[in-house]
Design a protein around this ligand. Structure first.
Ligand SMILES: [Zn+2]
Length: 363
């Protein structure tokens, strides 16, 4: 609960000039209070004198407009502990839809929370990139989660997504079914991996003159690396090489393992696979914040987190600290494709309706 002396730091109305001018003096007045059915029961209200928008202490809380505000930290913990949405719903005694929406809210919050802490700082040392292969809806719709990790600190800085065409061993029925689906929905963009890696490098290498990129021998990585405006030394390690601590791609292999270890939707042979790529990206944002700021880099208890080794935080954060204040998207310059993830604009081909995030007041 916010103390009585708490003052709103800026106007929450994105169309007001006092929304982005954080830290300056802006005219607001107190405007009474209202009572609600969950703690804290008394919520103070305010009004902006400039745009006349009324708001409350809740407007600055991540639980803004939630009927069950208490579940958010627990949904965060269970999402990163390999629980599926229905398992979380059962554990918390809420409807599965409630968990779906809470995960979406946490994912959007984590996208902004990471950008706020990281600040798109140029990488320290080499960067390893890789595509984690998983799928949405059914195994006929595989996709890559393209990830970038800084080798020296293990800092998971950014991710993008790329749809793929199903390949590998298939039965005759599976081959026919793939053809039927492609006739109906069209073939996935064959350049999606190139585009996903270009977007990834565009953000991670912004403002960098020279860098070392480590990756496996995926042919789609060469083009974006060659075309980058940054001078890149590309170190290629065969994906067939033994994946141990001596492998040059150890950090990114470890991150892949970490994502699969902590995310129910990326486990092998699971029934909790992602039904939409959009939701998989939101869950990945939660994993990113958890990995960088809440977990020790090594097994040693109390050891530094990747964010501490990277020098963007000075101590390990708790879930409550991450969720302490609502983040407002208009105060960020959301890099592509994270603006798509925030708006829920990633479309699942197999679905006729892809619900987007279009709420006007809640986020
Ligand atoms: Zn205002």
């Amino acid at each position: 609960m916010r103390p009585e002396s708490w003052q709103p730091p800026f106007c929450p109305n994105p169309n007001c000039r006092h929304h982005t001018a954080v830290g300056g003096v802006w005219p607001f007045k107190r405007s009474g209070a209202y009572r609600r059915q969950t703690a804290p029961y008394r919520i103070r209200r305010f009004q902006c004198r400039e745009c006349r928008r009324c708001f409350s202490t809740q407007t600055f809380s991540v639980t803004y407009w939630m009927k069950k505000p208490g579940i958010l930290p627990e949904v965060f913990r269970q999402t990163t502990s390999c629980a599926a949405h229905r398992q979380i719903a059962h554990n918390l005694g809420v409807a599965p839809d409630t968990v779906d929406r809470a995960v979406g809210r946490l994912g959007r919050h984590c996208l902004l929370a990471h950008l706020a802490v990281w600040g798109q700082k140029p990488p320290c040392g080499a960067v390893a990139i890789d595509g984690l292969e998983t799928f949405e809806w059914s195994q006929f719709f595989p996709f890559h989660a393209n990830v970038a990790v800084e080798v020296e600190s293990g800092f998971f800085s950014f991710f993008t997504d790329s749809e793929l065409r199903r390949r590998g061993r298939m039965t005759d029925w599976q081959r026919r079914r793939r053809q039927e689906l492609e006739d109906q929905l069209g073939r996935p963009d064959p350049r999606a991996v190139v585009r996903g890696i270009s977007e990834l490098l565009g953000v991670v290498l912004a403002g960098v003159d020279a860098v070392v990129i480590r990756s496996d021998d995926h042919p789609a990585y060469r083009g974006p690396i060659r075309r980058s405006t940054c001078h890149i030394r590309h170190e290629v390690t065969s994906s067939k090489r033994r994946r141990d601590g001596d492998n040059a791609l150890f950090e990114v292999n470890l991150l892949d393992l970490w994502i699969r270890h902590g995310s129910a939707n990326h486990k092998r042979e699971t029934i909790a696979w992602s039904k939409r790529r959009q939701r998989a990206m939101e869950r990945l944002a939660i994993v990113l914040v958890d990995r960088n700021y809440l977990r020790s880099r090594w097994k040693k208890r109390g050891g530094p987190t990747p964010g501490m080794l990277r020098g963007v935080i000075d101590r390990k954060l708790s879930v409550e600290e991450v969720l302490a204040a609502r983040r407002f998207p208009d105060q960020f310059n959301l890099p592509c494709p994270w603006d798509r993830y925030y708006r829920g604009a990633v479309e699942t081909q197999a679905l006729s309706v892809n619900r987007r995030h279009v709420l006007k007041y809640a986020f």
